[in-house]
Design a binder for this molecule. Structure first.
Ligand code: 5AD
Ligand code: SF4
Length: 433
């Protein structure tokens, strides 16, 4: 009789792919199959995120809940970024946890399930050429890792301490994986890395003269790949050559994530982001000029230590000038192992909350204007998902979620759709004959 695996995934796309790798290893090299019923699982895994404090609190209450609900003899394992940074502390605090597996040790999953109280959290471990078994949660799009770790030292960010130093995955392996996925029907390839446009910085086997723009060209030469997306690029590395490739390569989806973090050059310096307000605006404006229907999304942190009202006004200024189609905004959260947690002038929580609401309200009102302009436009939509009420949803190249009345036969197809109804987060339309 096979065993059952229940897995919960928090955090970013990187974690989603790590979970796919875990599932692949356990279902193909071991005797597991997936379940979405906690009570019947023999192994319960939680793939954690540690980027902000809240999810860490949630972790302990959640594994406590798992422990109460689990069937007799079932094991609980903690994986991911919080596993990396808390390590054996997790087992000390929650002794019913069977093992702890760090974000850079995913390939050891088949070992740790057999070693009682195993703690594998080495952030120098190199899995950049490990051949994982294959599992993909969507038949229509494929996440493909292009690097592990992150070499940036943003002063607010814990990730360099959970995922270690940056190593690029050899281009041959990336192309091979993308080709295989596309041949199996995933016409969209989503390239993943902590800082994708720093690609080529370091390989673990031999030196190569290749950067992210070269890699984009290589992947786009695969015939079966019809669309390419990637996340996350860093605004500092958005040179002209990269923007030109982005604009002119028809397979690259016209949606760019540009994590701003702050619009104030003074705060950007304290964050060690490496760019100024002016550089960011220059890149964003150039992008808008080169790709008129580009979608620009961003991440913004409010209440970073020392952020004054004037600094916040600079952030608002960039938001208004760029007109981001999507903003992920967060209150600064002091993280262990990061320099910013010891900075003086930590911002009062009430002030940070007020700034966050101001930013979010402003953006909601901007979104009404942005989405109104979509009425009547025609987009080529790649359909991926059935929705309640007889709808099918997909995305345009520039990342609008678009739904139409329809059924399974639209899945995996590229279809022209005329927009008939707009919303802040998604659009509705009619299939054109
Ligand atoms: N506090 C708040 N937000 C953070 N992020 C990263 N570290 C922190 C922190 N300490 C945000 C950044 C990043 C996104 C993934 O999470 O905006 O781009
Ligand atoms: Fe992803 Fe960062 Fe969260 Fe790790 S800490 S899961 S890298 S968002």
């Amino acid at each position: 009789m096979g065993k059952k695996l229940y897995i919960e995934t928090l955090g970013c796309a990187m974690n989603v792919r790590d979970s796919e790798h875990i599932i692949a290893e356990l279902t193909q090299k071991e005797d597991f199959s997936l379940t979405d019923r906690l009570e019947e699982a023999d192994l319960i895994l939680i793939n954690t995120c540690s980027v902000r404090e809240k999810p860490v609190h949630k972790l302990f209450s959640e594994i406590g809940y798992f422990n109460k609900k689990k069937k007799e003899g079932a094991k609980i394992g903690v994986c991911g970024c919080t596993a990396s940074h808390l390590g054996e502390e997790i087992i000390k605090k929650a002794p019913y946890v069977s093992f702890v597996l760090g974000a850079r040790n995913v390939s050891k999953i088949t070992e740790v399930i057999k070693k009682p109280k195993a703690v594998e959290v080495d952030i120098d471990y190199d899995e950049s050429t490990y051949a994982f078994s294959d599992f993909r949660s969507s038949p229509y799009k494929a996440f493909v890792n292009i690097s592990i770790g992150c070499d940036k030292k943003c002063t607010f960010c814990i990730v360099p301490n959970t995922r270690g130093e940056e190593i690029s995955i050899p281009p041959e392996l990336i192309v091979q994986e993308a080709r295989k996925a596309a041949k199996n029907g995933a016409k969209e390839v989503f390239l993943l890395g902590q800082n994708v446009n720093n690609y080529g910085r370091r390989f673990s086997d031999k030196e190569r003269n290749i950067d992210f723009t070269d890699l984009l060209k290589m992947v786009s030469e695969i015939e079966e790949v019809k669309r390419i997306r990637f996340t996350s690029p860093h605004p500092l590395h958005m040179d002209d050559r990269f923007l030109e490739e982005f604009a002119n390569n028809p397979k690259i989806c016209k949606s760019m994530h540009m994590p701003l973090q702050s619009g104030s050059t003074r705060i950007l310096r304290a964050m060690k982001r490496g760019y100024t307000k002016e550089w960011f605006l220059d890149r964003a404006m150039k992008l808008r000029e080169m790709v008129p229907d580009v979608h620009i999304s961003t991440d913004i942190i409010v209440g970073f230590p020392g952020e004054s009202d004037e600094d916040f006004v600079d952030t608002i200024d960039v938001v208004q000038k760029v007109g981001f189609e999507q903003i992920f905004s967060f209150k600064y959260s002091p993280r262990p192992l990061t320099p910013a947690k010891d900075y003086p002038n930590q911002v009062d929580d009430a002030v940070a909350s007020k700034r966050l609401s101001y930013l979010q309200d402003l953006h909601l009102s901007m979104l009404d204007t942005i989405s109104q302009k979509e009425l009547g436009k025609v987009y080529e939509v790649y359909f991926e998902e059935l929705k309640p009420g007889g709808y099918v949803a997909g995305r345009s190249s520039n990342n609008w979620i678009i739904k139409v009345k329809g059924s399974e036969e639209l899945l995996g197809k590229f279809v022209n759709v005329k927009i008939t109804k707009t919303g802040r987060l998604s659009l509705e339309g009619e299939v054109l004959a």
